[in-house]
Ligand binder design. Structure first.
Ligand SMILES: Cc1cc2nc3c(=O)[nH]c(=O)nc-3n(C[C@H](O)[C@H](O)[C@H](O)COP(=O)(O)OP(=O)(O)OC[C@H]3O[C@@H](n4cnc5c(N)ncnc54)[C@H](O)[C@@H]3O)c2cc1C
Length: 427
């Protein structure tokens, strides 16, 4: 009864993706999730009918996760938000001049600066990003973008598309790819929040016979040079041939015997997590409907009205999200300071918002992603852990050049395909 071909530890988007790839090839699969619900950071909180993701969430139309959802025929419902936007600069709001046609609109930029910005946007949309060498985003920007104000715009686009504010560490190529995807293919805001993607994943997994068990925190994996058993805090244990660990890296390390002898130990030490402060607000109405998407130019902050493209309430309330991107110098006692800064941003772009609030959530220090392609890493993590047969990892930290949920989904697919390939070779 308690024997499985594959156990997956973690029922976030990575774990559920791997489960479906394996089950559709006939594998007997068990998913163990420590929380009482699935989805991990892809969950959505329902506050009296107002649906809030954990911070603003956009699915990249040209990204790996969307391709995998299409491949697995998992339906998603949502729309592309308009790309028209504004910036905040010294507490004033200005429209973003997106192309050459806006060169002469009234702006705080000179005509020459607008020309350079429009040229940069054109370059970012059309350049062959694959040719960019292995260098930091900062090195690329300082060489390619001479005007400081244009560089401010560039960094604001990079922060928003990667939710990361570490230009001296981020590898330029993956960030430029993400910016290009955003400009040319766009993103989707998902109706009823990302939880609806998780629900469809769960439905698909159950139809294929995957066993899903929530409230099962895995405490360790038994085995010597090969995985043998997965043990839960409930006392249950399961005999397994393969395990995919789809948890954050520190948790993965707690599960593996003789960790220090494994590649996982090195990969986890090289992983750099990114955090942010997020304020999500349900508003009866938007006091200033002109301001739907606003980038901080002189501050690392961002505002978006997710309801302009996704249904996130039954009564027509709007759900807006503000993000403050953290860098390495953030003082962790700044929790209330960040909230104040985000509220002040609201005062500038949506004056009178406080009277319209129906619900809100503040996430002072949430891990957006557990790793990203950076200049300090010496190895690309995963997906097979060679020192222990049958052991694999997946998740957003197991990234080659993919970012965020794209890394989560594609690493899960890679782990599943490796298991399937290995079994085919054995046959
Ligand atoms: C504020 C914010 C904004 C974001 N915006 C975007 C965006 O716009 N676009 C985008 O692409 N991505 C975005 N992301 C990132 C995206 O949400 C994540 O990359 C993705 O959800 C990660 O999925 P995962 O399965 O790798 O990890 P997780 O979602 O963390 O799942 C891991 C699961 O493992 C479980 N687990 C842990 N330990 C154990 C154990 N011992 N036993 C059993 N289960 C265990 C956890 O409970 C969890 O459910 C954002 C994230 C945040 C926080």
């Amino acid at each position: 009864m308690n024997k499985y071909e594959v156990a997956i530890i973690g029922g976030g988007i990575a774990g559920l993706t791997a489960a479906i790839f394996l089950a559709q090839e006939g594998k007997k699969v068990l998913v163990l999730e420590k929380a009482p619900r699935y989805g991990g950071r892809g969950m959505t909180i329902n506050k009296n009918g107002i649906l809030m993701n954990l911070g603003a969430h956009a699915l990249y139309k040209g990204g790996e996760a969307k391709k995998i959802l299409d491949e697995l025929k998992i339906p998603i419902y949502g729309k592309e938000p308009s790309k028209d936007g504004h910036v905040i600069w010294k507490d004033d709001v200005y429209q973003i001049p997106m192309d050459f046609s806006s060169l002469f609109s009234k702006q705080f930029l000179s005509v020459t600066e607008k020309f350079h910005l429009a040229k940069l946007m054109n370059q970012l949309s059309k350049m062959n990003v694959r040719l960019v060498q292995n260098e930091s985003l900062q090195a690329w920007a300082e060489r390619e973008i001479k005007r400081p104000i244009v560089r401010h715009f560039f960094y604001a686009f990079c922060r928003t598309t990667t939710i990361t504010f570490l230009p001296h560490l981020q590898l330029a190529r993956p960030v430029l790819m993400q910016v290009q995807r955003a400009l040319t293919e766009g993103v989707l805001y998902i109706d009823n929040g990302w939880e609806s993607i998780v629900t469809e994943f769960k439905k698909g997994a159950i139809q294929l016979g995957v066993e899903l068990r929530e409230a099962r925190k895995v405490t360790h994996i038994d085995g010597n040079e090969k995985v043998e058993r997965v043990v839960c805090a409930t006392g249950e244990s399961f005999e397994v041939e393969n395990v995919i660990i789809a948890t954050p890296p520190q948790e993965a390390c707690r599960l593996v015997p003789q960790l220090q002898k494994t590649s996982l130990f090195r990969w986890q030490r090289e992983a750099l997590a990114v955090t942010s402060s997020c304020l999500d607000i349900g508003l009866r109405r938007l006091p200033n409907p002109k301001h739907q998407f606003v980038l901080g130019l002189d501050q690392p902050i961002f505002f978006t009205n997710q309801s302009r493209a996704a249904k996130l309430s039954d009564d027509g309330s709007s759900v807006v999200s503000l993000v403050k991107y953290h860098d390495e110098n953030r003082n962790t006692s700044d929790v209330q300071q960040d909230k104040k800064q985000l509220e002040q941003m609201m005062d500038v772009i949506q004056p009178g918002w406080r009277e319209e609030v129906v619900e809100q959530q503040y996430l002072p220090h949430i891990t957006v992603v557990h790793n990203f392609p950076h200049v300090k890493r010496t190895e690309v993590p995963g997906t097979e852990i060679p020192e222990m047969k049958g052991l694999y990892i997946a998740g957003d930290w197991v990234c080659e050049e993919e970012l965020l949920v794209d890394a989560a989904a594609v690493s899960a697919k890679r782990a599943a395909l490796q298991i399937l390939k290995k079994d085919r070779v054995l046959i």
